[in-house]
Design a protein around this ligand. Sequence first.
Ligand SMILES: Nc1ncnc2c1ncn2[C@@H]1O[C@H](COP(=O)(O)OP(=O)(O)O)[C@@H](O)[C@H]1O
Ligand SMILES: [Mg+2]
Length: 398
Amino acid sequence: MLKDSVSIQIIGSDITALDHQSSIISSLVDNEVSVRLIDENSSAITLSQANSPDILIFLLESANVPTLDYLSSLPKSIRPALLVITSINDPKLMRLAMQAGARDFFVEPVDDSELQRALVKLVSDCQYIGDGTPGILTTVINAKGGSGGSVIACNLAHVAAVTSDANVLLIDMDLQFGTQSLLLDLRPAHTIVEALDDVNQLDFAAIDGYMSKHISELRLLSMLDEHIVLPGEISVESLNKLLMLTLNNYDRVFIDLPRLIDPVSASILDKSEQILIIVQQNLANMRDAKRLIKILKAEFNVNEQDILVVVNRYNENSGLDLKNIESTLEISNVTAIPNDYERVAAATNLGKPLFEYARHAEITHSLIELAMRLGVNVSDDFKKRGFFKSLFGSRNSK
Ligand SMILES: Nc1ncnc2c1ncn2[C@@H]1O[C@H](COP(=O)(O)OP(=O)(O)O)[C@@H](O)[C@H]1O
Ligand SMILES: [Mg+2]
């Protein structure tokens, strides 16, 4: 469905800045532009069905940061498409803005032609009447190569796609040795590099065309085997735009991020609502996981509650149990995925996710439970039945 007119409102706490932006923005687009002064002392502006603009341009400053929380709390029916302009260059603010559904984030000085391009794209997106809730970004990173980060990212995204009605995207950020297209037996028609090159032209409707589509409806964005991306080839700015665009189009975005701290992974980690660190039960993994957690907390200001340590190939009889791991890593969110060499190897060779290959195996159940822990709305049919329920269920089942 297409809307006839798209309205723009600029909000901010400084009347001079509001007037200034209003005259710039009116000169860049043909749409109706209104301004609204928000009170520094109250975090909320009242938006209702009747007065909510289609596009909200928020002049963000330290004093009005709480308004972002208010915007995040709005019901999706009245949540406008948000564009943030600020003079504060703080990655944490950018994350908050994305959680409030920001489609674009500009740090001053703003280039008029870039702002115009972003606005024209937003106006065209707003002509479609869609759902305004931003998706959740979950990054899966291994503490050491071989811990199982890729297997878990793949199967988690697949489980989320098949057991819930969420639209799910998996992005393989292992740009040199990525395995996701093999794990899902997909041959990408487009690569993540193409999507990044074209990101300024892509809108709401076009982005999905860059994804490979799995039979489960899971979308995958990855590289081709024969291509290799060299460090520094990916622009962080394009990646940020791609993340915003995808989070506004998919309910859940999972990223397989190989362990490497560079500007690209820093930018992803910084915007992730959930970070899963995949470890195995040995001291070398513990040492690296400890270091990674320290970096996340100290350098990226990640809150401890946003980190979940997943002990992969867990063996209860090992001297290092979950309690030991919790105390070694000084982290309270720790969970386990069992070891299942045969099924994982066979499913990998066939290019089938575990849910497809071994739907009732313990490892598959633990992945469903992990998805639930991450807030995936798993339908009751796929939840493991309790002991009594399964007793009764088995009596009735054929
Ligand atoms: N839970 C598991 N049980 C058995 N084998 C596993 C399990 N998880 C991963 N593997 C195997 O471990 C190896 C490394 O997994 P991978 O996901 O590629 O690790 P990473 O991405 O962390 O380097 C693969 O051969 C994979 O099949
Ligand atoms: Mg990997």
